[in-house]
Design a protein around this ligand. Sequence first.
Ligand SMILES: [Zn+2]
Length: 77
Amino acid sequence: MKICESCSFPMNKIEDFGGKNFDSKYCKYCAPDGKLRSKQDVRNGWIKVTMMKEKLSEEEAAKKVDEKMKKMPAWKK
Ligand SMILES: [Zn+2]
């Protein structure tokens, strides 16, 4: 199993991979057409998902996402 280097989404099926390409390092959400979206776009989408999944306020979700994002290979500097 591969994990998206941008958001840690687990990628199993070909549809999960960005651009439906098994060689892609990123998932369908972070790279719908195979090219990684901007950090801002990925962050916004991730915050929305976290709010829904964990029933958090936007502020709480943003804090969590920022913390996780720092550790992702695609975003850490
Ligand atoms: Zn991703």
